[in-house]
Every structure is written in C-alpha cells, then in structure tokens.
Design a protein around this ligand. Structure first.
Ligand SMILES: Cc1cc2nc3c(=O)[nH]c(=O)nc-3n(C[C@H](O)[C@H](O)[C@H](O)COP(=O)(O)OP(=O)(O)OC[C@H]3O[C@@H](n4cnc5c(N)ncnc54)[C@H](O)[C@@H]3O)c2cc1C
Length: 449
C-alpha cells in the first residue's frame, strides 16, 4: 500500500506516526524545508525558543522529538510542493525536479492560510498578514518592523503580538475588531477547551502587563501612508483615530487550504459558521475514495484537533485496506476532535469575520492584488445587465482571482462582495474552483513528470 501524506504539520506528523506503528512506511511531503507546520514551525534560532513560545515551548519540543524518532520509518520529502492531482497520481515539484507519484491512499494535511480582508491601503509595503508576520519571526528570526500594530479578528492577534513583545519589538497597539460582549457570549462554547481558553486569557493579560494598548470593537478604516505604511486609522468611541507604526500585522482568522482536496474529488460544502466552503468528510476525514483530509485543511480546529484528526485519518486509511485497528483509540480521537472543533466554533463567534465591511468598501480599494482588480470593478460586473451572481463568473469577466494566488487571498472577499451587491445569500455565490497548479511553480515543471 502506498500512502502519501501532504503536509508535515501536527496533522501530517500524527498520521505518519500511526501508519508507521502499523508497519506502513508513508511518504510525507511538505513544501517547507523543515517539519512542524505553521504552529510548530522550526525556529531559525532555537536558543530563543523559551523566550518566544513561553509555556508552548514544551509542546514544540515534543512534536520535533516525535518527528525525529519517526524519521527512519517514513520517507520524508521536505521542500516538495504538491501542485496537482489526477486520478491516483499526485504531481509534485521540488529541488528543480517534477515527479508524478502513484498512491493507493492520500491523506491531505495541508493546513490553513490567513483569511484576509481588503481595506484601503492594505497593499502598502509594511502591511503583512498576521500569519506572515509570525512566520517571519519564527522561521527567519526577524520582525516586520520596529513599531508594529496588530489588528483584525483572530486569537492569533494576541499570540503573535505577545511573541513580538517577547522578542523585544514595540507593539504600538492590538486593535481587535470584535467587541468584548461577543467574547462573553461565546464563553459557554469556549469552555469546551478550558485550558486553551485560559492560555488566551493569559496572553491578553501578559500584553496588558507589558503596557500594550488593547482596543476591542474597533472599526478599521485605512492603512495610512505614502511610500509605505505609517499608521492605522480606526473608529473608536465615535471618533476616528490614527495610531502611528512602521508595520502592520493584520488577520481575520484562517482559511483552510482545500484546493488539492477539491482536485482529488472531494465535494466542498458551505459552512455557515465560518462562511466558507469546506471539504465534506465523515468523522474520520474520509471524503472520497482513498482520500482523507486531516487538520485545519479539513476544518479549522487548532493544533491539538489537527493531531487527533491526523491520527484518525491514518486509522481510517488502514481500516479501509483491511488492517485491524484499535476501535477504542479511534472513538476517543473522534470525541477529542469534536470537542476541539466545538471550541473553535466558539472562537469563530468570539472573533467574528466582519463580512459587512466588504459591502462598504470604497470602489477604489484593490480587491485582487495579483490582477489589480478593484472593488468597484467587481461591483460594476454585478450591476450590469445579466450581471455576475457567481464567483467563477466574476473571475471570468473581471480576472478577479485569476492571478498567481488563484484567488486564495481574494476569493472569500470577492464572494462576499458579489453576495452583498446582488443581495443574494453567500452560499449561492459559490467558491472559486480549484485549478492546478494550486500554488505557483516554475514553468518547466508542468508536463515534466
Ligand atoms: C500562518 C499561521 C500561523 C499560525 N500560528 C499559530 C500559533 O502560533 N498557535 C496556534 O495555536 N495556532 C496557530 N495557527 C493555527 C495552526 O496552524 C493550526 O491549528 C495547526 O498548525 C494546524 O495543523 P495542520 O497540521 O492542520 O496544518 P499546518 O500546521 O498548517 O501544516 C500544513 C503543512 O502543509 C504544507 N502544505 C500545504 N499545502 C501544501 C502543498 N500543496 N504541497 C506541499 N506542502 C503543503 C504546509 O507547508 C504546512 O507545513 C497558525 C496558522 C497559520 C496559517
């Protein structure tokens, strides 16, 4: 049996561990040069581990030790991008070479990326996504600026801001766009994972102790600057205020990386809670013949849910090929995933995606960065006779979502804008269909395998 796993984050590593325990040697590939995924991304400077991650450092050490022990029993291929799937073949590119790998089972543990919300000025140099700002700090050991504003709606706001402070960077403010009362309303669901909730509360308290101003319920207006970002303008208490900075980290939650799953035959279904289309899967992550999704790539659940769902997907792949597996372990893992995902749904309420801001975007705001399409241009395509009502049609007519990122960063906002402008439900606007290559590759790689 050839099992391929895409993604060496917590989900992919856990899946590889279960397969190896059962005598199967999986191929684990990741476009990153090192294992760990987003949350346990290998630090460039491990001497800074305890300072940067605080109480989370023990978990980092455990995952990397687990991976080192597993290494002889798996075929690990770092620096390898999976860019297409057809039938039972995965197309990969790495080290300047293209290859086509046949598989009998495929586990996709591709994680998530930042959910972005376009705002006036968001393309200015110095404006980073939240995850990008954190990835730079962890993976490259460098900060995005000397005086940074963290803004948006995400628990990562507080985690990443605290990591910046711990590394000696001035955090000018944390501007949380969700009001405090929404967090209180979400508290019953957040209690599904009291330990993680407590860690979040501690992160906020630590920022306050270090004198970082935290504002809740703000309305972001604009990233201000000429050649590069110099401030963030926002409404608070009936006034518009600008806070100065030389860099911004902004994020509005996460977006599962579903493109490979879709190419492999998964059906995507609209999830009203997150306002996104997610692969339809059973409790074990099974979503088509021989295809399994695990971790944040299936549904945002956090690092612990990712580990549990990775193990579940591997058990399912084994069971589906007739290998006897531990039924009690699987039942416990299913309960664990459900509990953690309940918590994440609470987080989605506590850090709400302000979809209504997109409807109010000024026409001149750039929506699709790759193709330089503005909100006004997409609106115009909706307004004309027989105008756009579906996001792929919007792409065909305006090129919004047709560039290098294939709509991974503008697709959600484009769909929200079409729904708002046409006054139709978001679910009916659909999602941008996945296209190979799912991420940019060198021209020579296509057709080379
Ligand atoms: C930027 C970012 C930062 C985050 N930071 C934190 C944090 O500090 N604390 C926290 O609790 N949670 C954090 N999260 C959430 C966290 O990522 C997850 O809950 C957890 O890491 C999910 O694990 P996973 O295994 O599902 O995916 P990930 O950890 O995201 O791992 C997925 C892996 O798949 C690889 N991959 C994806 N597509 C391909 C492809 N086509 N070909 C090859 N490889 C591919 C990626 O390189 C990545 O290594 C962060 C998320 C993001 C996006």
């Amino acid at each position: 049996m050839t099992v391929l796993i895409v993604g060496a984050g917590p989900a992919g590593i856990a899946a590889a561990g279960v397969l190896a325990q059962h005598g199967v040697r999986p191929v684990l590939l990741d476009e990153n040069a090192t294992p760990g995924g987003q949350v346990w991304r290998r630090l460039r400077d491990e001497a800074a581990l305890d300072t940067l991650l605080g109480g989370e450092a023990a978990h980092y050490r455990r995952i990397h030790a687990q991976f080192a022990a597993l290494r002889p029993d798996i075929e690990y291929r770092p620096g390898t991008l999976a860019w297409a799937i057809d039938g039972g073949t995965l197309h990969i590119a790495g080290d300047g070479r293209a290859e086509a790998l046949r598989f009998t089972r495929l586990i996709l543990a591709t994680g998530a990326t930042d959910r972005t919300l376009p705002l006036p000025g968001w393309t200015l140099p110095g404006v980073f996504t939240l995850g990008g700002a954190q990835a730079l700090l962890k993976g490259q050991g460098c900060a995005i600026g000397r005086r940074v504003v963290f803004c948006g709606a995400s628990p990562l706001l507080y985690i990443a801001a605290l990591q910046y402070v711990r590394m000696g960077v001035t955090v000018a403010a944390v501007l949380d766009t969700t009001p405090l009362h929404r967090k209180l309303m979400a508290a019953p669901r957040l209690l599904a994972d009291a330990r993680t909730l407590w860690r979040g509360v501690q992160a906020m308290a630590a920022l306050r102790r270090r004198g970082v101003p935290i504002r809740s319920g703000v309305r972001l207006r604009q990233f201000v600057g000429e050649q590069r970002v110099q401030g963030v303008a926002f409404d608070t208490g009936g006034q518009t205020v600008t806070i100065g900075c030389d860099a911004v980290a902004t994020g509005f939650g996460l977006k599962p990386e579903t493109q490979l799953a879709e190419l492999a035959g998964a059906t995507l279904r609209f999830d009203p809670a997150s306002r996104q289309f997610l692969p339809a899967a059973d409790a074990d992550g099974r979503c088509a013949d021989a295809l399994y999704v695990a971790g944040d790539g299936g549904a945002i659940g956090g690092a612990d849910a990712a580990e549990a769902s990775g193990a579940l997907a591997a058990y399912a792949a084994l069971a589906d090929t007739g290998v006897a597996v531990d039924a009690r372990a699987r039942a416990a893992l299913r309960r664990e995933v459900q509990r953690r995902r309940r918590f994440q749904r609470g987080l989605a309420d506590a850090f709400a995606w302000p979809a209504h801001w997109i409807a109010a975007l000024p026409d001149a705001t750039l929506l699709c960065r790759c193709e330089a399409i503005t909100a006004g241009e997409l609106r115009e395509a909706v307004r004309r006779d027989l105008g756009v009502r579906e996001v792929n049609r919007g792409k065909a007519l305006t090129r919004c979502g047709m560039g290098r990122c294939q709509g991974r960063f503008c697709g959600l906002a484009a769909a929200e804008l079409i729904a708002a402008e046409a006054s139709i439900p978001l679910a009916g606007v659909g999602h941008l269909r996945a296209q190979a290559p799912v991420k940019p590759i060198a021209r020579g790689m296509v057709g080379a395998a």
